[in-house]
Design a protein around this ligand. Structure first.
Ligand code: AN7
Length: 364
């Protein structure tokens, strides 16, 4: 033991999703190892908001660019390099573009990002990331669905482009590793996985991950899936596309999910359900996560908890069941929403008396 470096808490360092789970990934053997050490995110037990469920949160905002997209981007960019792509392209409600920009910078590939300017557009933090990483950020006069259609056409005409939206199968390969981690962290699959659904890639990726892990003997059963959509952008609940999707959860303001077919199949196989939650319910969950759990996620992520509450009210999720809510993105992504949903800051002169006077009445 004397020769082992590190202190009492030392253990093997996390190596990123490609190296940690390579044998589970359908990535060409000669693809390079592209990584920002994504994955390996915490699974945090709930203390207050579980309403009788044995609830845990998968904190995907702890990834390098603050969302789950990094898992898929590591694998997609690795495959893109192997295939000889000369640039990355995507449409995005913000997080895919932030992640693509980071992995582009890391590998030296240029990135072309088309984000919606219409209807309130994309959260500030995500735009800041794309710009900071040096990507070409294109504000498109339209919504996400229109931007995605445009970049799909672009990529079809340009064999030297790597389209890194979740229509790229390598994205889902990377994202399924989150399901592996959930099983590793809980010792088995949960009873329910609650997850926000926009373009419907991530719910499909989790399902693939759970199925493969069970087949490999790493889990004894499969979870049921609860896909939460924002009411104003809920094509999988309504059964028809939305031409003008609208919600405060800008990340999931998507009316024509590209992976709808995969997500429908996954939720059907899982004996799960898609549920719509209102913006008010999303913001209630968003505030509760921050103020009662100390977990700051972006509004879209809070749809998972709002969805769980709705499923409990509907009698779908029962007392004592083990539930994982996926908190897909970091709260810092959308600082304007955070401020809008909070009490205003106080003001004082720099004296002990004035600052003490800012305490709540019972502590003054
Ligand atoms: C925080 O970045 O579609 O159902 O272009 O950013 O796999 O689309 C983001 C989606 C959930 C929905 N939570 O996942 C994009 C984009 C957050 C997100 C979703 C997104 P999918």
């Amino acid at each position: 033991m004397a020769n082992v470096p590190g202190g009492a808490g030392a253990r093997a360092a996390w190596r990123g999703v490609v190296q940690e789970y390579r044998s589970f990934l359908s990535l060409p053997a000669d693809a390079p190892d592209v990584t920002l050490l994504e994955g390996g995110t915490p699974l945090v037990p709930a203390v207050r908001v579980g309403r009788g469920a044995d609830l845990h949160f998968k904190i995907e905002g702890s990834n390098p660019t603050g969302s789950f997209k990094d898992r898929g981007m590591a694998v997609a960019v690795s495959a893109a390099l192997q295939a000889g792509a000369r640039f990355l392209v995507c449409a995005s409600t913000g997080n895919t573009s932030a992640s693509a920009a980071a992995y582009a910078a890391r590998t030296g590939l240029p990135a072309l990002l088309a984000v919606p300017a219409a209807g309130g557009g994309v959260a500030k933090g995500k735009l800041a990331q794309a710009l900071a990483f040096g990507a070409r950020l294109v504000l498109v006069d339209g919504n996400f669905d229109e931007a995605l259609a445009a970049v799909r056409a672009l990529a079809a005409a340009r064999p030297d482009a790597a389209l890194v939206n979740s229509v790229n199968p390598m994205r889902l390969e990377g994202q399924k590793t989150a399901a592996f981690e959930v099983c590793d962290q809980l010792g088995d699959a949960p009873d329910w996985l609650c997850i926000p659904v926009g373009n419907a890639g991530n719910v499909s990726a989790y399902w693939r991950g759970f199925c493969e892990y069970r087949r490999a003997g790493c889990a004894t059963h499969l979870p049921r899936l609860l896909g939460a959509q924002a009411e104003g952008a809920s094509p999988l609940v309504a059964g028809h596309e939305f031409e003008r999707p609208e919600t405060v959860a800008t990340a999931i303001r998507i009316g024509k999910p590209a992976n709808a077919h995969l997500a429908r199949a996954a939720v059907a196989e899982a004996g799960g359900r898609f549920l719509a939650v209102s913006d008010a319910d999303i913001l209630r969950a968003y505030r509760a996560l921050a103020r009662e759990e100390g977990l700051f996620c972006e509004p879209a992520s809070a749809a998972s908890l709002a969805g769980m509450w709705a499923a409990q009210d509907a009698g779908l999720i029962r007392e004592g069941q083990r539930v994982v809510c996926v908190l897909t993105g970091n709260g810092l992504k959308d600082p304007e929403r955070a401020v809008a949903e909070s009490d205003p800051a106080l003001h004082a002169q720099p004296t002990a008396e004035e600052i003490t006077a800012c305490l709540p009445m019972e502590l003054r």
